[in-house]
Every structure is written in structure tokens, then in C-alpha cells.
Design a protein around this ligand. Structure first.
Ligand code: IFM
Length: 452
């Protein structure tokens, strides 16, 4: 696999999944804190109260990143740690944690990549209607500006939201993530408009406090489809299905790629979206669309698995069945590296934005062996396959910014609790002992080989 000299290799995490310290130093509660307190929401009653205790162990964690020779670390800031009331008074102690983390990373030559929202909405804002409240865009912009003002002198790469489509789907449609609601399509579409405006207003307020060379992106996760083979008909069908509403893979229409990415990158809803949702779709006027679609610097792609598509006799996309036995991760997600090649290509063709893989990885049933090591050979094979496909996209002309493996360490996997291990670093949750997995050492070699 080949990557350009300026391609950046990193690993990612999110505040609620690793930090713990949920009530410390002035932090207020998030919707995830209280969702976990509700009986039956999380497997085995797990929660993020302590998680990986990263809030206290961040220095040790940065040293482990250094041992892997990571070039970048993608993390998210916790909104209720920084603004306990959601807006207004800043909790300096909370903000100071990220200030110290950023300094620690830079001292160790690791580039910080900061995501502003990875799902831990302040509970107090949720109680005011959360993302359903049209004021939420201004709340988010204020938060973005507070974080940007403090860290913008050192953090050069920013993401507004992580997986907007996913948290709408899981948290507000299917009720399997916080806050656990089942809304109608009509209600979701209104919330999505507020979210898009939050992305837009957040981007402009952030831009105004950042340095000129800072980059801002949007980390997206949606249906990624790839063709059964390279025949023009199947490629055309897969391309079409990625941007169809509804999509051939059967996801709910509020999970459509175009609902989020077209307004952000193209400044409009596509005709199919307008047609499909009809009067349910809230109007976005020109001024609002301008805010939503102001230029950003990259498209973050979170990719784990996708759908294989072929053309039916009329050329329409339908799901194809795999001809071979596929591997499955511990989550039971099929191992489908080709989506990283085709997904990057299709997204670049339509949105013309450089691609940063903001998440990619697998969960496996890792444990510390008798020799004290973690032999996660499946993860090595998985990462190699996916990286090879991503590299191919680069060779075919897609501008690639970098790759953030998910995740730097095992962590709290939302409603699955600690049962799914995605990390390059194994966490013993009883002792908080960290162990570099074999995949971490393999990744170190891959990072090294880029410059050879
Ligand atoms: O752990 C999550 C992450 O928070 C968002 N993207 C998918 C990961 C694995 O499920």
C-alpha cells in the first residue's frame, strides 16, 4: 500500500467513551450519563462513569500513542465539561483538561484532531428541547467558539459533528441510544435542519477564531455501497444507490447520505430528496442554506462495513449476495474492505472534498494471553485489507488526507457497554492496566513504512 508523504496516520476516540470522571471538576451531566442510569438501556448495566479513566491517565495514554508513533490523535471534547449550563459560564477546569491534553500531544509530536460533538449533549440543553429547539444551532456555535478560542492557537484540524446521521437514527428514531426516543420522520427532519444549521453556524464561529491554516471537516457515517464487480452496470448501480432516497440497502430514509451531505457540500437538497419527503421536509431558505454550506476543508468518512450492490435487468440497484464466505467481526459486521475504495471514490466524485477516514476498525474478543501480550491477528488482517483499498482510492485520484483507526483503546461501546473491544490498546477495566495489542505494533510499522 502506498500513501503520499503528507498523508497522516492516527487513531481516534470520543469523550464519553474513554474519559470517565463524569462529575468531576465542575462537569455537568450529559444525556449519556442519565441514559446509562436507566434500567435496561446498556448491556450488563455498564456505564461511562469511569470508562478508561482517561481524564486522569491521559499522560500515560499519550505515552502509549508515542510508542505507536502515531502522527495524529482524534478526540472529542465534552460539551458539559466545558459549559456545564450548555451556554454561558465556562468551566475553566474542564477546558483546562483539553488544554493540557493538547499540550501533551504536541510535546510528543502528535497532531491533535478535535471533534466538537460526539454525542454527549449536555442534559440541561436536552431539557430545553435539545436539537429539536431551533436555538440549538446558536448553542452549538457558542460552544464551538469557546473551544476554538482556547485551543485554536494549537489545534489545526477540527470536526464539527461525528456521525450526525447515526445519532439521529439510533437516538431519535430507533431509541437504542441516548436519549432513547422514537420520533416520526417529520420530527426527525426538523431536528436535522437544526443540526445542519448548528454545523454551519459552528463552522463560521469557529473559523472566525481559528488561524488561517486551520481545517474544518464533518465526520459522516452513512450507507456505503460498492459494486459486486467492476462491470459498468454494477458500478453505476452502486454509485446511484449511495445517493438514492430511500437506499437499496433498506435503511430508514432519515439515514440517507444526501440529506446531510448535499446541503453541506452542495448547498441544496437534491431533487430526489425533495420529491421523496415532500411536505415533510422543512424549508431551508437561501440565507440558511448559505450558512449550512459554507466551504469546509474535508469530508470525514467513518466506515466499518457496507452493502454490495448489483444492477437488476433495468439497471436499478439491488443488494447482491456475497459469493464467498465473509469474515465477521465480534459485532457481527461483515468484513467488507471494498467499501473504502468505492465509498471514497463515490463521495469524492459527488462532493469534491478531500477524504479523511475519521473512523475505521473492528471489534474482536481480545484478551491478554499468558505471555502478557494481546494477539489480535484478525484486527491486523482487517486493517491491512481496508488500508489497501483506501490506498487504491488515492492512487486512482481521490485526495486522501489521512486515516484515523477506531479506536486508540478499548472503550465504552454505547449500548453494548464494554463488550465490544475496538482498541489498538487493550484495557483491563478492573485494574485500568493498558497493554499494546499486536495490532498497535503492526500499525507502528505501517506508519514507519510510509516514509521509506
Ligand atoms: O464506537 C463507535 C463510535 O463512537 C462511532 N462510530 C462507530 C464506533 C463503533 O461502533
Amino acid at each position: 500500500m502506498k500513501f503520499s508523504k503528507d498523508f497522516i496516520f492516527g487513531a481516534a476516540s470520543a469523550s464519553y467513551q474513554i474519559e470517565g470522571a463524569i462529575k468531576e471538576d465542575g462537569k455537568s451531566l450529559s444525556i449519556w450519563d442519565t441514559y446509562c442510569m436507566r434500567e435496561g438501556t446498556i448491556k450488563k448495566g455498564h456505564n461511562g462513569d469511569i470508562a478508561c479513566d482517561h481524564y486522569h491517565r491521559y499522560k500515560e495514554d499519550v505515552q502509549l500513542m508515542k510508542q505507536i508513533d502515531l502522527q495524529a490523535y482524534r478526540f472529542s471534547t465534552s460539551w458539559p465539561r466545558i459549559l456545564p449550563n450548555g451556554t454561558g459560564a465556562i468551566n475553566e477546569k474542564g477546558l483546562d483538561f483539553y488544554d493540557r491534553l493538547v499540550d501533551e500531544l504536541l510535546t510528543n509530536d502528535i497532531e491533535p484532531f478535535l471533534t466538537l460533538f460526539h454525542w454527549d449533549l449536555p442534559l440541561c440543553l436536552y431539557e430545553k428541547g435539545g436539537w429539536k429547539n431551533p436555538d440549538s444551532a446558536d448553542w452549538f456555535a457558542e460552544y464551538a467558539s469557546v473551544v476554538g478560542t482556547k485551543l485554536g492557537d494549537r489545534v489545526k484540524n477540527w470536526m464539527t459533528f461525528n456521525e450526525m446521521a447515526m445519532f439521529v437514527r439510533l437516538g431519535y428514531l430507533e431509541a437504542v441510544h441516548a436519549p432513547g426516543e422514537k420520533n416520526s420522520t417529520f420530527e426527525c427532519l426538523r431536528m436535522i435542519k437544526n443540526l445542519l444549521l448548528a454545523h454551519g453556524k459552528g463552522t463560521s464561529d469557529l473559523r472566525s477564531v481559528l488561524q488561517k491554516d486551520a481545517k474544518i471537516g464533518f465526520a459522516h457515517c452513512g450507507a456505503i455501497n460498492f459494486p459486486e464487480d467492476d462491470s459498468p452496470a454494477n458500478v453505476a448501480a452502486a454509485r446511484k444507490s449511495m445517493f438514492d432516497v430511500p437506499n437499496a440497502c433498506g435503511y430508514h430514509p432519515v439515514f440517507s447520505n444526501t440529506l446531510y451531505l448535499d446541503p453541506i457540500f452542495l448547498g441544496k437538497y437534491d431533487p430526489q430528496t425533495l420529491d421523496y419527503f415532500g411536505d415533510d421536509l422543512p424549508k431551508i431558505n437561501d440565507e440558511e442554506m448559505k450558512i449550512i454550506s459554507q466551504p469546509i476543508d474535508f469530508l470525514g468518512l467513518n466506515y466499518y462495513s457496507g452493502f454490495m450492490i448489483k444492477a437488476d435487468e433495468q439497471g436499478n440497484p439491488i443488494e447482491a449476495e456475497s459469493k464467498e464466505d465473509e469474515g465477521y467481526t465480534n459485532f457481527d459486521w461483515p468484513v467488507r474492505p471494498k467499501g473504502l475504495y468505492w465509498g471514497s471514490k463515490f463521495l469524492y466524485e459527488r462532493y469534491k472534498s478531500p477524504i479523511l477516514v475519521t473512523e475505521n476498525g473492528m471489534s474482536s474478543a481480545d484478551w491478554v494471553a499468558l505471555d502478557g501480550k494481546v494477539h489480535d491477528h484478525e484486527r491486523i488482517d482487517f486493517l491491512r485489507r481496508y488500508l489497501e483499498e483506501f490506498s487504491k482510492a488515492g492512487q486512482d485520484g481521490v485526495p486522501l488526507m489521512g486515516y484515523m483507526q477506531w479506536s486508540i483503546m478499548d472503550n465504552f461501546e454505547w449500548s453494548e457497554g464494554f463488550g465490544q473491544r475496538f482498541g489498538l490498546i487493550h484495557i483491563d477495566y478492573k485494574t485500568q492496566k493498558r497493554t499494546l495489542k499486536d495490532s498497535a505494533l503492526w500499525y507502528k510499522e505501517i506508519i514507519k513504512s510510509k516514509d521509506e
